[in-house]
Design a protein around this ligand. Structure first.
Ligand SMILES: [Zn+2]
Length: 352
């Protein structure tokens, strides 16, 4: 590694974290699925090759809404996922294209450019799967490093050990690492580690930011984040899904919908979560509470839309470009307060 610091270089993730909170919009799979360009089930980001302009546009929308990071859409663009759909030959092209798209939007907007790796779905904590996961991480991290990523996100690991292996790959490439764990109904990793112990191990092994993402909504993630914050010394990340999870159904996979019986598979996950979606104000509440706990790296995962990101940004005192369009009801014909509005309309407001 070259230790010379380039004075013209823009600040990296750690410099930005020293200056204040960093926001990273996630949730590309769900958003592009909703828009009709990605198939739920296998969940492979083929849209990167099929409709690259839409991926670039979504990157832009998230930055416009307040994301400080453009996260390359390489989530699930790994060897096991591509094997499953019979397209392993597209692995490298898909990764390099996704990285190129993210790099382009980061350059255009001044946002940070992040590579991304995630759970391999082959790891089962034995020697063979350790080696397989390591090789999968190495190839994806290698492409991210070659593309010039500012840092690499390793996310949604339900095995602490798999997260440690991902971290090892990122650190071997000399890159800054953000590692976030996915905590399912049991409040522990699949290795049986508490989230705070797992995060502590990751921090001790060199992770620059540790925390949790995906799976849990704000209400059921924040108590775990509080424990993580108490246990680790460095930066803590919290990126919940924007769904109303609660004590009895703490994950978005465990949510059940008493108001609709026709769900394929019997559960709202992953294509019928709409009635559980948090509103933008709940995301603002989340951001404020997480900040109070001591979180410094914020975001929203599967289910996130730009209005959620804008709310997080505004709750943290930011005013991203999308804030020009933040609601101002004073000029609403019936509900507004503007003195030039017809009084008859305001009087009718209660009958709307
Ligand atoms: Zn997610």
């Amino acid at each position: 590694m070259d230790d010379d610091i380039d004075p013209t270089a823009s600040p990296g993730l750690l410099e930005r974290l020293e200056q204040g909170p960093v926001i990273c919009a996630e949730g590309y799979l769900f958003e592009l699925e909703r828009r009709g360009y990605l198939q739920a089930g296998a969940f492979v980001p083929e849209v990167v090759l099929e409709h690259p302009e839409l991926v670039a546009q979504l990157h832009r929308e998230f930055v416009h809404a307040g994301s400080d990071v453009v996260e390359a859409f390489t989530y699930y663009a790994h060897r096991e996922k591509l094997r499953l759909i019979g397209k392993e030959h597209l692995l490298e092209t898909m990764n390099r294209s996704a990285l190129e798209l993210a790099r382009g939007v980061a350059q255009e907007t001044g946002a940070l450019f992040a590579g991304d790796i995630c759970n391999t779905n082959v790891f089962v904590a034995d020697a063979a799967s350790r080696a397989a996961a390591h090789a999968m991480f190495d190839e994806q991290v290698g492409w991210a490093a070659e593309a010039g990523a500012d840092f690499v996100i390793g996310e949604t690991f339900s095995w602490g050990e798999e997260a440690l292996i991902a971290l090892e790959s990122i650190k071997a490439a000399g890159l800054t690492a953000v590692i976030t764990l996915a905590i399912h109904q049991e409040p522990s990793t699949r290795d049986g580690w508490t989230p705070e112990d797992a995060c502590k191990r990751l921090e001790d092994a060199g992770a620059d930011v540790v925390g949790l993402n995906c799976i849990r909504g704000p209400k059921t993630m924040l108590p775990l984040i509080r424990a993580v914050r108490e246990r680790v010394d460095g930066h803590v990340a919290a990126l919940p899904v924007p769904y109303r999870t609660h004590d009895e159904q703490p994950t978005f996979q465990s949510l059940r919908d008493p108001d609709y019986e026709g769900l394929p598979g019997g559960r709202p996950f992953p294509t019928a979560l709409d009635p559980f979606t948090c509103n933008r104000y709940e995301l603002a509440d989340f951001a404020r509470e997480a900040k109070e706990i001591g979180v410094t790296y914020f975001g929203v995962c599967c289910g996130a839309a730009p209005h959620h990101i804008r709310s997080v940004a505004e709750a943290l005192g930011r005013r991203p470009p999308a804030s020009s369009y933040t609601a101002d009801m004073s000029k609403h014909a019936f509900l507004g307060t503007d003195s030039t509005l017809k009084q008859e309309y305001q009087e009718y407001a209660d009958r709307l």
